[in-house]
Design a protein around this ligand. Structure first.
Ligand code: NAI
Length: 702
């Protein structure tokens, strides 16, 4: 039977395998561990030998091999690569999905290679390991496929840095097979004879386990969790009871090459081994203690966000109304339920919510679902959306309202109750889903574009209100293949636009590693870019106080529009701060205080009672403390409509003004407006900020 090319890329699984410490110990015994490595054999503080991974995914590899249509009479395990993402817990459920990722043709005489990739997650959602297995099929060569050149592994010419000897027991395969691989070749003398062997042979993966123990003892003693990658090629069969030696060369920080030989003949049993080790990557983004709400998560982008968040440990509320693309229809529970089921199959945690984001009650109910099921909300992705494209004239109020209700009002309806929870816990991440249509415009989408740009406005202010509570709000403009775009993008563009390309950016923005706040990003097809509202340098076209003519605007429109040297503003305050002072005066350093300046500062305070406006001071009882950098301290006491000024420090000032001497003189002369001084950090105010503003009212300019 020829190889089955249809298996290429087809998902296999998920395969679920429950295991306890007894499975891990049985494996350890099967690969030769004993009292000298009690950590692997005793349930108290049990440590797992990383190669245990192979015993746990045996079924997946078998199934993939069968699916690939390989002639089982000629099958050998050729090469194996294991990449470890997290250490394997001592018990639980392992969930593995796999697929055939390639076929190679070594020629009729030599055979074929089938490459099978799988990923295994723990039931707690943590990704544990990736396996890339190459199955060598002696009888399937010559099918006309491409060949693969093997990657050379050059062992150093020096003697190995470590050698670890071991002698598997003559009965070793009888124990090892209990971990899953019960193939007759390793137990039945007659079967072994038929296959051309003197007697049953060791499982290649059993010798692999011996080698893994050897590597652990030489390079990461006591720390199996530090193993990051283990690869090798199986080259020869080995009989049980034959002594073996694992030879190890360190070739760099956290890297080694290895092979295992039969000690009596020096024949290489496992070759081209690579071993990488070190601390767990600190940069992995996880959501283990986080609860996420994803609206519109029954399909398209939202579904992928929900799956990816759950994969990385988040507990997820999968919200979806289940309506038609234009929002029509009664809705259906099935899209949300299907995604919840998908997450649970992979061992993650999720609940469904069928409420509509388009009403305040719907928003409350979605957040309540999170609170009831998981007790909190850390992450909200406002993603639900509908489309009703029509040119502006044809757009009736119902269409306008429906689109604005789902996109803009929907984000308000869910964000508000979620924000309250986040504010109380002083942590949160909110994503707004904007769109290129809003950012740049798109024919037939005035309502959609308005709503999508409205979300940017909502974000711009919510980021300011949230930042002091650890809440970050960002916006993402995706382009992705979904029912939104199924009939507007050509198939080749759809193919390149899988929603999976958008998810990494969204997940980063949802994580506690997220640094942006209030930013907008495009994400599509593996491309990512920030989008910003950029303001050209402000230009004054007349003398201060004079209104310029329209003709002056016309004459200068190019300069006004020139975005070179433009800037983005973190908030409206900062922009207004720039307007309060001619640009040329910005950032001028304060004059250094000298004795002349000091004399002037003193003169200001001495003159201060003379500028006091007693009639504005009814009921006012304050002490203004001035700390003038480079010119000493004064305080001004206002009580019973009188003003007294003294040098020095008051024990209990109402508020304290901190300012450099030069800036203080500019401030009192009116050259430096108070708000601009404050916005640019030249004037710092401690204490009662509200009462500090009385200064303007209580004193005339000298
Ligand atoms: P989709 O149609 O596959 O997913 C949207 C989901 O939202 C649907 O499952 C739908 O049932 C759900 N939904 C609709 N109204 C709802 C409501 N009132 N309450 C709860 N759920 C509701 O579309 P896709 O492409 O995944 O869109 C997701 C978001 O991305 C939308 O906000 C869309 O505007 C935005 N977007 C998508 C682009 C794309 O290229 N696919 C481009 C730009 C923005």
């Amino acid at each position: 039977m020829p190889l089955n090319m249809h298996a290429l890329g087809r998902p296999i699984g998920p395969f679920k395998r429950d295991y306890t410490w007894k499975d891990a110990v049985l494996y350890a015994l099967g690969v030769g561990a004993g009292f000298s490595e009690l950590d692997y054999c005793y349930e108290k503080n049990l440590k797992i030998i990383p190669s245990f991974a192979m015993a746990m995914i045996f079924d997946v590899l078998s199934q993939a091999t069968i699916n690939a249509g390989v002639d089982l009479a000629g099958v050998l395990h050729g090469e194996q690569e294991l990449i470890f993402h997290n250490s394997i817990p001592s018990e639980g459920t392992l969930i593995t999905t796999g697929k055939v990722v390639d076929y190679y043709d070594k020629g009729k005489a030599k055979g074929a290679l089938v490459v099978i990739e799988s990923e295994t997650h723990h039931g707690n959602g943590q990704k544990l390991f990736t396996s890339i297995a190459t199955v060598f099929s002696r009888l399937d060569g010559g099918f006309g496929g491409k060949d693969r050149k093997s990657v050379p592994v050059e062992f150093p010419s020096r003697i190995p840095d470590f050698v670890v000897d071991a002698t598997p027991s003559p009965d070793q395969p009888l124990i090892y097979r209990l971990s899953g691989d019960v193939f007759h070749l390793h137990v039945d003398p007659q079967f072994a004879a038929m296959a051309g062997f003197e007697r049953p042979i060791m499982h290649g993966l059993c010798t692999h386990g011996f080698a893994c123990r050897a590597l652990l003892s030489a390079l990461t003693p006591g720390h199996p969790e530090k193993v990051r990658r283990l690869t090798c090629r199986f080259s020869k069969a080995l009989y049980p009871g034959i002594p073996i030696q694992t030879q190890i060369w360190k070739i760099g920080e956290g890297k080694a090459l290895w092979r295992t030989v039969a000690t009596d003949t020096d024949q290489v049993i496992i070759d081209k081994g690579e071993f990488e080790y070190g601390n767990t990557p600190q940069d992995e983004i996880r959501f283990d203690d986080r609860v996420a709400i994803v609206t519109g998560a029954g399909a398209g982008l939202g579904r992928i966000y929900a799956l990816e968040l759950a994969r990385r440990g988040a507990r997820v509320v999968v919200n979806d109304l289940g309506g038609a693309r234009d929002g029509a229809g009664k809705g259906s529970a099935s899209p949300a339920d299907a995604v919840v089921a998908e997450i649970r199959t992979h061992g993650g945690q999720a609940v469904a919510s069928y409420a509509s984001v388009a009403t305040a009650e719907g928003g409350e109910s979605i957040v309540k679902t999170a609170l009831d099921a998981f007790g909190t909300v850390d992450i909200l992705i406002n993603n639900a959306g509908i489309l009703r494209d029509k040119s502006f004239i044809k757009l009736d109020p119902q269409d306008w309202q429906a689109v604005v209700d789902v996109h803009l009002n929907g984000a308000y309806n869910v964000s508000r109750p979620a924000f309250a929870v986040m504010k109380a816990k002083r942590y949160g991440r909110i994503i707004m889903t904007t769109s290129a249509a809003g950012l740049y415009g798109n024919f037939g989408q005035t309502h959609y574009a308005a709503a999508k740009m409205g979300l940017v406005g909502l974000m711009n202010t919510l980021k300011l209100e949230g930042e002091r509570y650890g809440i970050k709000v960002n916006a993402v403009a995706p382009v992705a293949a979904s029912r939104f775009t199924a009939d507007v993008m050509p198939p080749e563009v759809l193919e390149r636009s899988r929603p999976e390309f958008v998810a990494p950016l969204v997940l980063y923005l949802c994580s506690d590693r997220c640094s942006p706040n209030g930013d907008i990003f495009n994400a599509a097809m593996g491309y990512y870019s920030r989008v910003a509202v950029v303001t050209a340098p402000v230009r004054m076209l007349a003398r201060p106080g004079e209104v310029p003519t329209p003709e002056a605007i016309m004459a200068n429109i190019t300069a006004i529009s020139d975005l070179a040297d433009g800037k983005t503003y973190p908030g409206a305050d900062a922009f207004i701060g720039d307007l309060l002072v001619p640009p040329s005066a910005l950032d001028q350093p304060a004059r250094p205080a000298d004795s002349k300046v000091q004399t002037s500062v003193e003169a200001v305070f001495l003159a201060m009672p003379g500028t006091f406006v007693a009639e504005a001071a009814a009921g006012v009882d304050v002490v203004f403390q001035y700390r003038i950098d480079g010119a000493g301290e004064w305080f001004c006491t206002i009580k019973d409509a009188t003003c007294t000024v003294s040098a020095g420090q008051h024990p209990q000032p109402t508020c304290t003004f901190n300012i450099a001497a030069g800036d203080f003189l500019k401030l009192v002369s009116g050259e430096l407006p108070a708000m601009q001084a404050f916005s640019f950090g030249k004037l710092k105010i401690e204490g009662d900020l509200m009462k500090s503003q009385l200064v303007e009212r209580l004193f005339r300019r000298a």
